[in-house]
Design a protein around this ligand. Structure first.
Ligand code: PLP
Length: 445
């Protein structure tokens, strides 16, 4: 086994980790991440993944933002083990359970009340797309309108309902049908820096000849995760909320990727001072990588009839336990969030330095949701492949996969963060020649 402190030079002497034939034979072609990281992972702790040959990898993907507190955080793990060993309810449909009561109480006391928020929680099916579906359905039911405005490069999941608000044609194409019910509008910066695209939205909504039906809701990510780390400014978000209020359109913030502390506050919209009508959370909500999603509703909007939107797996009791432990451990006070912001500044500084070292690179994102935009997807892919060969799991996003995303666990140590960024820097230098230097040997930046 290699030293966990050194994730480089995976040798795979045993080759158990690289025998992926069972997956090729039996698993659907639809798999994605496995193609970028073609080894068999066996264990994980904190920010380190270990494969079947005992090789270690630093994890800058963190379950696509589902492992904000790292893999197998001992406090969360021990809470879950104690609950299971005590024969705690594992599956309870949507019945009252002690685990759910504890989660609701912790969420109320440590997340909602300190922020002056009074949302009702709807437990949806366990994935992010389920939370989005519930949000969009409820907005339509409450307003009696059908259209949902979403934004260019937005991503909200791949079920048919959520696809109505997802921009990416690759994902939309997978539906096998045209998807009604959504209108795409330009996100901030889509039409250049000078244009405030909320003004365009305002005009379109005010004009009954614009061709855009007055929507039930506008759904937005404050930082577009899959769309390539595009950041909405706080001004733009405030303007968006004002436009929604002016036209009596509900504002849904999809905080599935940017929420749960990823941008340095529990909700990503906090620094903008806005108060969305509906918020979706999933990914890191359980804190342990367990499937779990909620849709937060302004109290007056909770107009569901009992069972009108249901599902067998609403409310994962094991996830309630780990989510409660995560809230109690990380969100009692502002200390953890302050640490995330400090690490975000470190990440930004190092990414700026890497970007400045080669032409055609640009830092993007906010908080611990930042990365490097490359000239094209092929360059980004070559860089991330090089990273993986040197012990770093890191993925790309954006319409062409051109943005390298550092979605590190928020609990990553400073040493791990810098070590991973050093791997990224060396990969960038190996793949991209210095300005004006053609044919530089890849291993000699
Ligand atoms: N919304 C956002 C902002 C996301 O980033 C994602 C997934 O990446 C989803 C929704 C869909 O979540 P899930 O994949 O759990 O359905």
């Amino acid at each position: 086994m290699t030293d966990p402190a050194s994730t480089e030079n995976a040798s795979h002497a045993n080759n158990e980790a690289t025998d992926t034939s069972i997956f090729e034979q039996r698993e659907s072609n639809v798999q994605t991440y496995a193609r970028s990281f073609p080894v068999i992972f066996e264990q994980a702790r904190g920010a380190v993944l270990t494969d079947a040959d005992g090789e270690h990898y630093l994890d800058f993907l963190a379950g696509a933002g589902s492992l904000n507190y790292g893999h197998n955080h001992p406090v969360l793990r021990d809470a879950l083990i104690a609950y299971i060993q005590g024969d705690g309810i594992a599956h309870g449909l949507d019945m009252h359970t002690r685990a759910k009561a504890d989660f609701l109480a912790a969420f109320e006391a440590k997340i909602l009340e300190p922020r002056g928020l009074d949302y009702v929680l709807q437990f949806t099916g366990p994935t992010g797309a389920n939370a989005v579906e519930a949000a969009m359905k409820l907005a339509r039911k409450v307003t009696g309108r059908q259209n949902i405005v979403h934004f260019t490069n937005g991503f909200h999941g791949v079920t048919l309902g959520a696809l109505a608000a997802t921009g990416n044609s690759h994902h939309r194409g997978g539906a096998g049908m045209t998807i009604p019910g959504g209108t795409a509008m330009p996100y901030e910066g889509y039409l250049g820096e000078a244009m405030d695209t909320t003004e365009y939205l305002d005009k379109v909504l005010a004009d009954n000849s614009s061709g855009v039906d007055l929507p039930a809701a506008v759904i937005v990510e404050t930082v577009q995760g899959e769309g390539g780390l595009n950041v909405a400014s706080f001004d733009w978000l405030r303007n968006l909320q004002a436009v929604c209020r002016r036209h009596q359109v509900l504002l849904i913030v999809d905080d599935i990727q940017a929420g749960c502390g990823r941008t340095g506050t529990f909700f990503s919209f906090e620094p903008a001072g806005i108060e969305p009508d509906i918020v979706t959370l999933s990914k890191s909500l359980s804190g342990f990588g367990l499937p779990f999603a909620v849709t937060l509703l302004r109290r007056e909007l909770d107009q569901w009839a009992p069972g009108e939107h249901n599902g067998t797996f609403r409310g994962n009791n094991h996830a309630f336990v780990t989510a409660t432990a995560a809230i109690d451990t990380f969100w009692q006070d502002g200390e953890f969030a302050a640490e995330v912001r400090r690490k975000s500044d470190d990440l930004a500084a190092r990414l700026d330095a890497i970007a400045a070292s080669r032409p055609g690179l640009q830092r993007k994102g906010r908080g611990l949701m930042q990365g490097l935009a490359c000239a094209d997807g092929e360059t980004a892919k070559r860089i991330t492949r090089h990273c993986f060969e040197h012990g770093l799991v890191i993925e790309t996003g954006g319409p062409e996969g051109e943005v390298i995303k550092c979605l590190v666990p928020l609990t990553i140590t400073d040493e791990e963060l810098q070590r991973g960024l050093a791997v990224l820097e060396r990969a960038v230098h190996a793949i991209l020649p210095r300005e004006g230097v053609i044919g530089l040997a890849p291993t000699n930046p």
